[in-house]
Design a protein around this ligand. Sequence first.
Ligand code: UDP
Length: 370
Amino acid sequence: MLNKQLKLILVSTPIGYLGSGKGGGVELTIISLIKGLISLGHKITLIAPKGSTLPFKSELLEIRLIDGIDQPSWQHQNKTDPVLIPSKSVLPKSWEVVIDIANESDAVINFSYDWLPLWLTKVQPIKIFHLISMGAESIIMKEIISEIGQLFPYQLAFHTKSQSKDYSLKTDPIIVGNGFEMENYFFNKNENGPLGWAGRIAPEKGLEDAVKVAKDLDEKLLVWGLIEDKEYASKIEKSFTKETIDWRGFLPTNKFQEQLGQCRALINTPKWNEAYGNVIVEAMACGVPVIAYDLGGPGELIEDGFNGFLVKPNDIEGLIKATKSISEIKRKNCRDWFEKKATNKVFAERVEKWLEKGLNKKSLQSCKIN
Ligand code: UDP
């Protein structure tokens, strides 16, 4: 633990306000990390879109809300698309505030997967750290992240190694994982519950594969998550009978974990290089084993045969076989894994180490920016 209090500015995702669900896993990451950093004694200023709320208050926390239009998410654009900034966008407005107050802080941590804050790292004297939340979903993003990774390697961190491999980095990537508040998740020992799936309802999350498993086993699949792509959701609904999917909606964490904890397994079926997979760890925190495609983050969270099973991507038969064997996994192993590797305390400590390293290192920038 650092023996100095850091004054940190955390900049939230510009995709949606905290609590909207539009920001996906990043929303929970920010909230858990703030709590963890405060418990380590650091002072936080959070810059977030108007409407954002946090489930706690602290004397060490100040929130600045910014009014503006949401950014479009990169995962739903083509790889070659250029950078978009809508009129009255919340993104540049947020960074105007950051630049205005940055000299009162030790560091800025950016959570937005966007070109502008990465580019600012090259032209602003302030130390901007970036927790990269996705794999390379666009060429321009891949270019700027790889460039910052070469110039300021200690100011970039990733959730998993698999995610970082999407970028061209000069040095070993800094991996900080992720973390969740232990007190928010309750261990449920019931081994005989239903099957579950959770995530944004969008093509890259592959819900249809989990529904196929439930259908094959003649069971219902409980589904939680924000319907981000309505067309995709209705296509899935039409392809299966009503008995197969039980839509539970997008729930706040306390209700989500309570229902999730009743499952005998969570099925996780990403179709992209999943940067981490919050729902996997949230399930494990409740004692629920996870069966997931070995694609990105899940491969680093699931220890095959210990806290779940890993299956080749797109292998529905493999998912079915693993689901039939799920009683082999001890639910206690899942909770133990979570407590050891992914509480917000251990996450905040990893982030603190990252900041310490970045604040002490000079950049590898060999030439001045003109
Ligand atoms: N989630 C939630 N309520 C729900 C279903 C999901 O709050 O009913 C949250 C969940 O806690 C997680 C996020 O949605 O933090 C999904 O994040 P994940 O990393 O799994 O995927 P992403 O959306 O970032 O791709």
